[in-house]
Design a binder for this molecule. Structure first.
Ligand SMILES: Nc1ncnc2c1ncn2[C@@H]1O[C@H](COP(=O)(O)OP(=O)(O)O)[C@@H](O)[C@H]1O
Ligand SMILES: [Mg+2]
Length: 420
């Protein structure tokens, strides 16, 4: 790990600031995404080396769209479900589309009166030409086949003329980005931050461990959605890509992703591996710890780039507090915060091979949660006098320090992944 920190320090100086990529980088979402949000980026197709054969099970558009798990909606149905895409039901805006709240009948899946039936989120792609259609189809392809509690559920789609829409389960708490960086909502407690990190790690780990590996390629706070209990689900599969197969170590492809989150070696070479997602996970973990954006143009110099700014503090137990989110008001267990910071710096290792896999990341985060479960168990043991004294299997862990009293209990909701 020491090596990792040393080498990442060298490479990050040269590569982690995307501004240094110069004119080769174009911000394809700059015309559509909110100005405060990080820009998606792409390197023009001169670097495109994909032969298109990387998908283990290439499917035709017809096959993708005839998925039995998905409903094909008419444009009119979705117009009615969203009250004609009323601006006041806008849930969010990403690089490729506007997302509206809508209502459908949960049995027939036809448009329902606002306030009745099932709430859905309807993403309407801005007409962007071929790239927009390609990403839309990629999302239908993956989310139509993959099912996991930490991936957002796709209910259906609409393809009619120029219109491209997607219908998802509604995620009441919106995106992680809204909670971490926007003024207004109650700041997230330490326990909730860890719960979100664990949920997102489960989602990524499921994709990486799947029989046909999937690389997510756009892991960032705005693509992590939250249900009413802050369970995290990955959304926005427009850039997902099949992982390398056979003896191949990587997939060579056009560089796509988001400034500040994409792994430096991927940006430099176009070589994509699951470890590129691990790097992005490290960036989001830093955002959870610090409450700061991956790239923040309102800051000066080094502080604009979260990875560069936090690096000197991550490995120093006594200095770590300097980068911790002040909105936590010191209410976090110091030991767990240090472990999470160490994990983040491992994920950000310049040498991609030295980064941990997502299953190791997940196991490490689950360990951080374990002492809390132990503390809860021992508390309920004390309250239940009639129960004979039992040793909790978690007893060997120390209780966390400074846990916020208002922190919600963390439920373990691990479920075995399945492909539908
Ligand atoms: N299912 C959903 N429930 C609630 N809000 C959503 C949902 N899907 C997306 N959003 C909101 O819309 C934003 C953009 O969605 P996203 O799928 O990332 O679009 P894009 O592909 O344009 O980036 C998200 O950051 C989130 O705030
Ligand atoms: Mg998005």
């Amino acid at each position: 790990m020491g090596n990792c920190l040393d080498s990442s320090a060298k490479v990050d100086t040269a590569q982690s600031s995307f501004g240094t990529l110069g004119s080769g980088v174009s911000k394809i979402s700059s015309k559509t995404s909110p100005s405060s949000a990080p820009s998606r980026l792409t390197i023009p197709s001169s670097s495109e080396r994909s032969n298109g054969s990387s998908l283990p099970t290439p499917r035709t558009e017809g096959e993708i769209l005839s998925s039995p798990n998905l409903k094909a909606f008419s444009f009119n149905e979705l117009k009615n479900a969203t009250r004609n895409f009323r601006p006041d039901s806008l849930l969010g805006e990403g690089g490729f589309g506007y997302v509206f709240k809508g209502w459908i009948n949960e049995h027939t899946l036809t448009a329902a009166k606002p306030g009745s039936g099932m709430v859905v989120a309807v993403k309407k792609l801005k007409p962007e030409g071929f790239q927009g259609h390609k990403e839309w189809l990629t999302e239908v392809n993956y989310l139509g086949q993959l099912y996991h509690p930490n991936l957002v559920k796709l209910i259906g789609y609409c393809l009619e003329g120029e219109n491209r829409l997607l219908v998802y389960e509604f995620m009441p708490k919106g995106s992680l980005e809204n909670h971490l960086f926007r003024r207004g909502p109650q700041p997230l407690s330490w326990a909730t931050r860890m719960k979100v990190a664990i949920g997102a790690a489960r989602g990524l780990s499921f994709l990486h461990e799947a029989e046909s590996q999937v690389i997510y390629r756009d892991f960032k706070a705005s693509n992590i959605l939250l249900d009413s209990e802050f369970n995290a689900k990955l959304s926005d599969f427009g850039l997902a890509k099949a992982g390398p197969t056979g003896d191949r170590t990587h997939v060579s492809t056009q560089v796509m992703g988001t400034q500040g989150y994409a792994a430096p070696e991927y940006v430099a070479t176009g070589r994509l591996t699951a470890k590129s997602d691990v790097y992005s996970f490290g960036v989001v973990l830093l955002e959870l710890l610090s409450g700061r954006r991956a790239v923040d143009k309102t800051k000066v110099g080094l502080e604009q780039n979260l990875v560069d700014w936090t690096k000197p503090y991550l490995g120093d137990r006594r200095k770590l507090f300097r980068i911790m989110d002040t909105k936590l008001e010191g209410q976090y267990p110091q030991k767990a915060a240090f472990t999470a910071a160490t994990l983040a710096s491992q994920c950000l290792c310049a040498e991609s091979k030295l980064r941990p896999t997502m299953s190791v990341v997940l196991a490490t985060l689950e360990q951080l949660e374990a002492p809390k479960t132990a503390a809860r168990n021992s508390q309920s043991e004390q309250q239940t006098l009639s129960v004979p004294h039992r040793r909790s299997p978690m007893r060997q862990h120390h209780s966390p320090l400074n846990i916020t009293p208002s922190a919600s209990p963390l439920l373990s909701h691990r479920q075995s992944p399945r492909v539908r």
